[in-house]
Design a protein around this ligand. Structure first.
Ligand code: 5RP
Length: 220
Protein backbone atom coordinates (compact mmCIF):
# COMPACT_ATOMS: atom_id res chain seq x y z
CA UNK A 1 0.00 0.00 0.00
CA UNK A 2 1.43 3.40 -0.93
CA UNK A 3 1.45 6.42 1.41
CA UNK A 4 -1.15 8.04 -0.82
CA UNK A 5 -3.46 5.00 -0.50
CA UNK A 6 -3.09 5.22 3.30
CA UNK A 7 -3.95 8.94 3.17
CA UNK A 8 -7.04 8.13 1.12
CA UNK A 9 -8.10 5.43 3.57
CA UNK A 10 -7.80 7.80 6.55
CA UNK A 11 -9.64 10.51 4.62
CA UNK A 12 -12.63 8.31 3.84
CA UNK A 13 -12.71 7.09 7.48
CA UNK A 14 -13.26 10.71 8.54
CA UNK A 15 -16.73 10.68 6.94
CA UNK A 16 -17.97 8.83 10.05
CA UNK A 17 -17.33 11.98 12.10
CA UNK A 18 -19.35 14.33 9.89
CA UNK A 19 -22.58 15.55 11.43
CA UNK A 20 -25.66 15.87 9.23
CA UNK A 21 -26.74 19.38 8.14
CA UNK A 22 -23.68 21.06 9.65
CA UNK A 23 -20.74 23.11 8.42
CA UNK A 24 -17.54 21.10 7.97
CA UNK A 25 -14.14 22.68 8.56
CA UNK A 26 -11.72 21.66 5.84
CA UNK A 27 -7.92 21.78 6.04
CA UNK A 28 -5.31 21.72 3.29
CA UNK A 29 -2.96 19.19 1.69
CA UNK A 30 -2.88 15.95 -0.26
CA UNK A 31 -4.67 13.98 2.49
CA UNK A 32 -7.37 16.63 2.70
CA UNK A 33 -7.76 16.54 -1.08
CA UNK A 34 -8.90 12.92 -0.65
CA UNK A 35 -11.19 14.05 2.16
CA UNK A 36 -12.78 16.71 -0.07
CA UNK A 37 -13.42 14.04 -2.71
CA UNK A 38 -14.96 11.85 0.01
CA UNK A 39 -17.08 14.74 1.30
CA UNK A 40 -18.48 15.24 -2.19
CA UNK A 41 -20.09 11.78 -1.97
CA UNK A 42 -22.26 13.02 0.95
CA UNK A 43 -22.57 16.67 -0.07
CA UNK A 44 -26.39 16.53 0.09
CA UNK A 45 -26.16 15.79 3.81
CA UNK A 46 -24.09 18.83 4.84
CA UNK A 47 -24.83 22.55 4.75
CA UNK A 48 -21.40 23.42 3.41
CA UNK A 49 -17.80 24.01 4.43
CA UNK A 50 -15.37 26.58 5.77
CA UNK A 51 -11.98 26.32 4.14
CA UNK A 52 -8.41 26.90 5.29
CA UNK A 53 -6.91 27.80 1.91
CA UNK A 54 -7.59 29.10 -1.56
CA UNK A 55 -6.63 25.72 -3.01
CA UNK A 56 -9.07 23.78 -0.79
CA UNK A 57 -11.83 26.30 -1.52
CA UNK A 58 -11.33 25.75 -5.25
CA UNK A 59 -11.54 21.97 -4.91
CA UNK A 60 -14.64 22.17 -2.69
CA UNK A 61 -16.39 24.49 -5.14
CA UNK A 62 -15.46 22.29 -8.09
CA UNK A 63 -17.34 19.53 -6.28
CA UNK A 64 -20.36 21.82 -5.81
CA UNK A 65 -19.86 22.18 -2.05
CA UNK A 66 -20.73 25.68 -0.84
CA UNK A 67 -17.89 27.43 1.00
CA UNK A 68 -18.84 29.89 3.75
CA UNK A 69 -16.82 32.70 5.33
CA UNK A 70 -15.96 31.65 8.90
CA UNK A 71 -17.39 34.98 10.10
CA UNK A 72 -20.83 34.06 8.80
CA UNK A 73 -20.94 30.72 10.60
CA UNK A 74 -22.03 30.19 14.22
CA UNK A 75 -20.76 26.67 14.71
CA UNK A 76 -18.24 24.34 13.13
CA UNK A 77 -18.91 20.92 14.61
CA UNK A 78 -15.98 19.12 13.00
CA UNK A 79 -12.68 20.20 11.45
CA UNK A 80 -10.79 17.67 9.31
CA UNK A 81 -7.16 18.26 8.44
CA UNK A 82 -3.87 16.48 7.85
CA UNK A 83 -0.54 16.85 9.64
CA UNK A 84 3.16 16.70 8.95
CA UNK A 85 3.80 14.99 12.30
CA UNK A 86 1.63 13.83 15.22
CA UNK A 87 2.67 12.50 18.63
CA UNK A 88 0.78 10.33 21.14
CA UNK A 89 -0.72 13.43 22.82
CA UNK A 90 -2.07 14.40 19.39
CA UNK A 91 0.10 17.49 19.36
CA UNK A 92 0.91 18.21 15.73
CA UNK A 93 3.34 19.92 13.41
CA UNK A 94 1.44 21.45 10.52
CA UNK A 95 2.11 23.97 7.80
CA UNK A 96 4.12 21.98 5.28
CA UNK A 97 1.66 23.31 2.71
CA UNK A 98 1.90 26.80 4.16
CA UNK A 99 -1.74 27.11 5.26
CA UNK A 100 -1.04 26.97 9.00
CA UNK A 101 -2.64 30.27 10.04
CA UNK A 102 -6.06 29.67 8.56
CA UNK A 103 -5.85 26.03 9.66
CA UNK A 104 -5.17 27.08 13.24
CA UNK A 105 -8.04 29.57 13.21
CA UNK A 106 -10.56 26.99 12.01
CA UNK A 107 -9.19 24.35 14.40
CA UNK A 108 -9.64 26.82 17.29
CA UNK A 109 -13.19 27.63 16.19
CA UNK A 110 -14.27 23.99 15.83
CA UNK A 111 -15.82 21.69 18.41
CA UNK A 112 -13.87 18.62 17.26
CA UNK A 113 -10.61 18.31 15.32
CA UNK A 114 -10.24 15.07 13.36
CA UNK A 115 -6.69 14.65 12.07
CA UNK A 116 -6.12 12.34 9.09
CA UNK A 117 -2.72 11.01 8.03
CA UNK A 118 -0.76 8.06 6.73
CA UNK A 119 1.10 6.06 9.37
CA UNK A 120 4.49 7.66 8.60
CA UNK A 121 3.29 10.87 10.29
CA UNK A 122 3.01 9.27 13.76
CA UNK A 123 6.23 10.00 15.71
CA UNK A 124 7.59 9.72 19.26
CA UNK A 125 9.07 13.23 19.32
CA UNK A 126 8.01 16.15 17.12
CA UNK A 127 10.66 18.05 15.20
CA UNK A 128 12.20 15.88 12.49
CA UNK A 129 9.85 17.72 10.14
CA UNK A 130 11.01 21.38 10.06
CA UNK A 131 8.59 23.55 12.03
CA UNK A 132 6.92 26.21 9.82
CA UNK A 133 6.61 29.69 11.30
CA UNK A 134 4.58 32.30 9.40
CA UNK A 135 5.97 35.81 9.89
CA UNK A 136 5.20 39.33 8.70
CA UNK A 137 7.77 39.90 5.89
CA UNK A 138 9.59 42.86 7.52
CA UNK A 139 10.21 40.80 10.70
CA UNK A 140 11.85 37.84 8.90
CA UNK A 141 15.52 38.49 9.76
CA UNK A 142 14.75 39.58 13.31
CA UNK A 143 12.66 36.48 13.98
CA UNK A 144 15.32 34.27 12.38
CA UNK A 145 17.95 35.67 14.79
CA UNK A 146 15.64 35.10 17.78
CA UNK A 147 15.00 31.51 16.68
CA UNK A 148 18.75 30.87 16.41
CA UNK A 149 19.07 32.08 20.04
CA UNK A 150 16.43 29.47 20.89
CA UNK A 151 18.58 26.74 19.30
CA UNK A 152 16.70 26.37 16.01
CA UNK A 153 18.00 26.64 12.46
CA UNK A 154 15.53 28.73 10.44
CA UNK A 155 15.41 28.39 6.67
CA UNK A 156 13.52 30.98 4.63
CA UNK A 157 10.96 29.28 2.33
CA UNK A 158 12.06 31.26 -0.71
CA UNK A 159 9.50 32.18 -3.33
CA UNK A 160 6.56 31.21 -1.13
CA UNK A 161 3.92 33.74 -0.04
CA UNK A 162 1.07 32.62 2.21
CA UNK A 163 -2.62 33.26 1.51
CA UNK A 164 -2.25 36.06 4.09
CA UNK A 165 0.64 37.71 2.16
CA UNK A 166 3.27 36.66 4.70
CA UNK A 167 6.43 34.51 4.49
CA UNK A 168 7.51 31.28 6.18
CA UNK A 169 10.62 30.24 8.10
CA UNK A 170 11.04 26.44 8.36
CA UNK A 171 12.90 25.67 11.57
CA UNK A 172 15.23 22.66 11.58
CA UNK A 173 17.10 21.04 14.43
CA UNK A 174 14.59 20.96 17.26
CA UNK A 175 13.63 17.87 19.27
CA UNK A 176 10.37 19.26 20.62
CA UNK A 177 9.91 17.75 24.08
CA UNK A 178 7.53 20.49 25.36
CA UNK A 179 5.33 21.45 22.39
CA UNK A 180 2.99 23.78 24.31
CA UNK A 181 5.90 25.68 25.81
CA UNK A 182 7.58 26.17 22.43
CA UNK A 183 4.27 27.10 20.80
CA UNK A 184 3.78 29.87 23.39
CA UNK A 185 7.38 31.14 23.14
CA UNK A 186 7.19 31.42 19.35
CA UNK A 187 3.80 33.16 19.55
CA UNK A 188 5.39 35.77 21.82
CA UNK A 189 7.98 36.87 19.23
CA UNK A 190 6.79 40.12 17.68
CA UNK A 191 6.21 39.55 13.98
CA UNK A 192 5.21 35.89 14.27
CA UNK A 193 1.73 35.42 12.88
CA UNK A 194 1.41 31.71 13.68
CA UNK A 195 3.64 28.73 14.25
CA UNK A 196 2.93 25.22 13.04
CA UNK A 197 2.76 23.63 16.49
CA UNK A 198 -0.80 22.58 17.22
CA UNK A 199 -0.37 21.60 20.87
CA UNK A 200 -2.55 24.01 22.85
CA UNK A 201 -5.31 23.04 20.43
CA UNK A 202 -4.20 19.62 19.23
CA UNK A 203 -6.34 17.03 17.50
CA UNK A 204 -9.18 15.28 19.35
CA UNK A 205 -8.74 12.10 17.34
CA UNK A 206 -6.14 10.88 14.84
CA UNK A 207 -7.15 8.56 12.01
CA UNK A 208 -4.04 6.85 10.69
CA UNK A 209 -4.12 4.98 7.41
CA UNK A 210 -2.15 1.72 7.80
CA UNK A 211 -1.61 -1.53 5.89
CA UNK A 212 -4.13 -3.20 8.20
CA UNK A 213 -6.86 -0.56 8.04
CA UNK A 214 -7.53 2.77 9.72
CA UNK A 215 -6.09 3.03 13.22
CA UNK A 216 -8.07 5.33 15.54
CA UNK A 217 -5.82 7.08 18.09
CA UNK A 218 -7.18 9.12 20.98
CA UNK A 219 -4.93 11.50 22.95
CA UNK A 220 -2.73 9.79 25.57
C1 5RP B 1 -0.79 22.23 5.18
C2 5RP B 1 -0.72 21.20 6.25
C3 5RP B 1 -0.95 19.78 5.84
O1 5RP B 1 -1.97 19.26 6.63
C4 5RP B 1 0.29 19.00 6.05
O2 5RP B 1 1.35 19.62 5.34
C5 5RP B 1 0.13 17.55 5.59
O3 5RP B 1 0.05 17.53 4.20
P1 5RP B 1 -0.24 16.19 3.37
O4 5RP B 1 -1.64 15.79 3.68
O5 5RP B 1 -0.05 16.62 1.94
O6 5RP B 1 0.77 15.15 3.79
O7 5RP B 1 -0.48 21.47 7.39
O8 5RP B 1 -0.47 23.50 5.68
Amino acid sequence: MTADEMKKQAAYSALEYITTDGIVGVGTGSTVNHFIDALATIKGKIEGAVSSSIVSTKRLEEHGIEVFDLNSVNKVAVYVDGADEANADLSLIKGGGGALTREKIIAAASDKFVCIADESKFVDVLGSFPLPVEVVPMSRSYIAREIVKMGGQPVYREGFITDNSNVILDVHGWDIMEPMDLERKLNNLVGVVTNGLFAMRGADVLLLGTESGTRVINPR
